[in-house]
Design a protein around this ligand. Structure first.
Ligand SMILES: *Cc1c(COP(=O)(O)O)cnc(C)c1O
Length: 387
C-alpha cells in the first residue's frame, strides 16, 4: 500500500497553514493502520478432477477484525470523517448483525469516539464479546425488523452519527480502485494462467461488495461476470428477479452476514449478471466440504459463495469450457462453533447437510455434474458470448 504524501508537502511555505485538527489526526490514524496492514491472500484451491477450471478464494478472514467488514468499516469511517459527520467525541451508532459492528468498534476505539451497536438479541456471544473488547457498547433488541429505526433513534438521542452500513456501503467504497477488493483480486491474478476470471461469485448482506466488484468490472471493461448468491430467507433474489425493490422477507436469514429482510439500498442489481438462491442446508454442506479441502474452517456465507461457484464450474465442465472462477472467504468458521458446526444446532433446525456434501464432494472428486436444483435467474441485460 503506497503512502500518500502528507498535505503539508504541497503547502505553500510562505502562506498560512490550515489544519483540521482532530479530523486530520483521525484520518491519519486510519490511513496509518492501513499502511501497517497487509493485503489478504488469494488462495488457489487445488481440484485435480476439474483440470481446466481454476478456482480462487479471496481470504477476507485474515483482516485484523476477522472478516471482509474490516474493509467496509474503514471506508465508512473515512467517508463519515471526510464528510464532516464524525467530529471529536461524536458517538457512532450502527445497525448490525454483528461483523460490521466488530470492525467498526475497532476503528472507533482507534480514533477515540464512543461506539454503539444495535443488534438482534440472537447475535452470537462471541461477536458481542469482540465488540466489547474494542470498547463498544451493545444494544440488543428483540424485533430484528426494528433494527434500522432503533439505531437511527439511538443516534438522535445521543446526538451522534448513525453510520447506516446498509445505505452507505455502496458509496463509501472507492469503486474505481484505491486497492478495493476488486482491484486487489485482479492484481493478484496477474501471474495466473487465466488471469481474467469468467465469473466472480459473492453473497449479499449490504450488497456493497457485489456493487464494488460489478462496477469495477465495467470500469475496467473486463469480460468477467458477477453472480450474486442469495440465501433462503432474504429479499434480494425476488427483487432482482422481478426488478421490483419492494419485496420483503419476514423470516430472518439463518446465514449470518448475508440475506436481508428488505432489498437494502446498497444492493445494486444493475451490475449483477446473475443470481442464485442457495438453500441453507446446501450452504452448510458447501461450508463443510470447503473447510475440509482447505484444512481450516470457513464461515457460513462462504459456503453460500462456494456452492454458487461450484454450480458454475459444473456448467462450464458440461459445456467443455475452460476458465477461472473467484469467490470470497468472508470470515472464519471459528465464529460459528456453536451454530453451523454444532450437530445439535443443525438437528434442532432440521438441517441434514450430509446428502449435499456427498453430491458436492463427488463433483469435486470426479467432475460428475452437480445436480442440485436451485433458483437461478440471469439479468436480461447481461452480456452474451461473442465467440
Ligand atoms: C457482510 C457479510 C457478507 C456480505 O457482504 P456485503 O458486502 O455486505 O454484501 C458476507 N459474509 C459475511 C460474513 C459478512 O459479514
Amino acid at each position: 500500500m503506497p503512502m500518500e504524501p502528507t498535505p503539508f508537502r504541497h503547502h505553500n511555505p510562505a502562506g498560512p497553514v490550515y489544519r483540521r485538527g482532530w479530523v486530520d489526526e483521525a484520518v491519519a490514524a486510519i490511513e496509518a493502520d492501513q499502511c501497517r496492514t497487509a493485503d489478504t491472500h488469494l488462495i488457489r484451491l487445488i481440484v485435480p478432477a476439474l483440470s481446466g477450471i481454476d478456482i480462487y478464494l479471496k481470504d477476507e478472514s485474515t483482516h485484523p477484525t476477522g472478516s471482509l467488514k474490516h474493509r467496509l468499516a474503514r471506508s465508512l469511517f473515512l467517508y463519515a470523517l471526510c464528510n464532516g459527520h464524525i467530529r471529536e467525541g461524536t458517538p457512532v451508532v450502527e445497525a448490525s448483525s454483528g461483523s460490521t459492528a466488530v470492525s467498526e468498534a475497532y476503528f472507533a476505539q482507534m480514533i477515540g469516539v464512543p461506539f454503539y451497536a444495535v443488534m438482534p438479541r440472537t447475535t452470537s456471544a462471541e461477536k458481542i464479546a469482540a465488540i466489547e473488547h474494542y470498547g463498544g457498547n451493545c444494544h440488543l433488541i428483540d424485533d430484528g425488523r426494528a433494527l434500522y429505526a432503533e439505531a437511527a433513534a439511538l443516534a438522535t438521542r445521543l446526538n451522534g452519527h448513525y453510520m447506516d452500513q446498509f445505505t452507505f456501503a455502496e458509496r463509501a467504497t472507492d469503486w474505481r480502485g484505491n486497492n478495493n477488493i476488486a482491484e486487489s483480486i485482479f492484481t493478484q491474478l496477474q501471474g495466473e494462467p487465466r488471469p481474467l476470471p469468467d465469473w466472480i461469485a459473492m453473497g449479499a448482506g449490504t450488497g456493497g461488495t457485489s456493487a464494488t466488484i460489478g462496477r469495477y468490472l465495467r470500469y475496467r471493461q473486463y469480460p468477467t461476470r458477477l453472480c450474486v448468491a442469495d440465501v433462503e430467507h432474504s429479499a434480494f433474489f425476488d427483487c432482482f428477479r422481478t426488478q421490483d425493490r419492494s419485496h420483503v422477507c419476514e423470516r430472518p436469514s439463518l446465514i449470518e452476514g448475508v440475506g436481508r429482510p428488505r432489498c437494502e439500498p446498497s444492493f445494486v442489481p444493475g451490475v449483477v449478471d446473475r443470481m442464485m438462491k442457495i438453500p441453507d442446508v446446501a450452504t452448510i454442506a458447501a461450508m463443510n466440504v470447503l473447510s475440509r479441502r482447505l484444512r481450516r474452517s470457513v464461515g457460513g456465507s462462504t459456503g453460500t459463495n462456494f456452492l454458487a461457484l461450484c454450480r458454475i464450474a459444473s456448467e462450464m465442465r458440461s459445456a467443455g469450457q475452460a476458465g477461472s472462477l473467484v469467490t470470497l472467504i468472508c470470515d472464519s468458521g471459528e465464529r460459528y462453533r456453536q451454530t453451523y458446526y454444532d450437530p445439535a444446532w443443525l438437528k434442532a433446525r432440521g438441517l441434514d447437510p450430509a446428502p449435499f456434501e456427498i453430491a458436492l464432494s463427488s463433483f469435486l472428486d470426479t467432475a460428475q455434474p452437480l445436480a442440485l436444483a436451485v433458483e437461478d435467474v440471469v439479468n436480461p441485460q447481461s452480456p452474451r458470448s461473442v465467440a
